[in-house]
Write a protein that binds this ligand. Structure first.
Ligand SMILES: *[C@@H]1O[C@H](CO)[C@@H](O)[C@H](O)[C@H]1NC(C)=O
Ligand SMILES: *[C@@H]1O[C@H](CO)[C@@H](O)[C@H](O)[C@H]1NC(C)=O
Ligand SMILES: *[C@@H]1O[C@H](CO)[C@@H](O)[C@H](O)[C@H]1NC(C)=O
Length: 197
């Protein structure tokens, strides 16, 4: 008798608990960054590549190359290296991913100016745009850290002035004029004064 009563009361409560857990889990799977998703779809639709297949019926957080934050409210990383993206990046696409921390579009054939709405990407920590055909400036940035050892002998214009870069200027960049590096108080070495001087 006692067992019967216990069972009778325990089952409904555990069912309720299970239902709650399922509800939370399902909600978690379904929740997604709606605005970021639209921006990503706009970006992809402006580039003819069949190497990225994003299914609009599924959460953007599950798409190849896309990573969201823990509560799936924002896209924090977009990595699409070497996927055959061709042409300019339109405004109102990647520039709308305001929580982006990592952006890698390296080794595509993207070209033209970096859209000015990239200045919204204030959380950006890692940016890989190398091996494309971009020109112009990167808007409104405050780059920090060291200059990478760039070996591209085809690099003709470089201007990293007025950022917060530091460390010695790599030898491969020392033929650029001092004004290329001006306004970075932490930078040293040719063409700027020697380090430790
Ligand atoms: C997209 O996802 C939906 C829902 O999971 C699925 O039914 C559909 O087959 C998928 N479409 C493609 C092209 O994979
Ligand atoms: C999701 O997490 C971020 C921090 O990663 C927080 O700023 C934001 O308010 C959270 N959003 C929701 C809907 O909980
Ligand atoms: C770099 O840009 C600064 C303005 O931020 C300018 O004064 C300087 O002449 C430029 N130098 C080169 C090499 O483009």
């Amino acid at each position: 008798m006692q067992v019967y009563f216990r069972t009778k009361f325990i089952i409904p409560y555990s069912c309720l608990a299970l239902a709650l857990v399922l509800l939370v889990l399902t909600h978690r799977v379904d929740s997604e960054p709606t605005h970021d998703k639209q921006a990503l779809l706009s970006f992809l639709s402006s580039h003819n590549t069949n190497r990225v297949q994003w299914n609009a019926s599924t959460s953007a957080c599950n798409w190849v190359g896309v990573e969201c934050n823990a509560n799936r409210s924002s896209v924090i990383s977009l990595r699409l290296p070497s996927v055959g993206l061709v042409g300019p990046i339109p405004a109102n696409t990647i520039g709308k991913l305001t929580h982006l921390r990592v952006l890698s579009l390296r080794s595509n054939r993207l070209s033209g100016l970096i859209p000015s709405d990239f200045s919204n990407l204030k959380q950006l920590r890692s940016l890989y745009l190398n091996a494309n055909l971009f020109s112009g400036e990167f808007p409104n940035n405050e780059f920090t850290g060291n200059l990478p050892i760039i070996t591209g002998e085809r690099l003709m214009n470089l201007n990293v002035s007025n950022n917060h870069l530091e460390g010695s200027i790599p030898g491969t960049l020392s033929s650029f004029p001092a004004s290329t590096f001006a306004g970075n108080i932490g930078l040293c070495g040719r063409p700027l004064p020697p380090c430790g001087a």
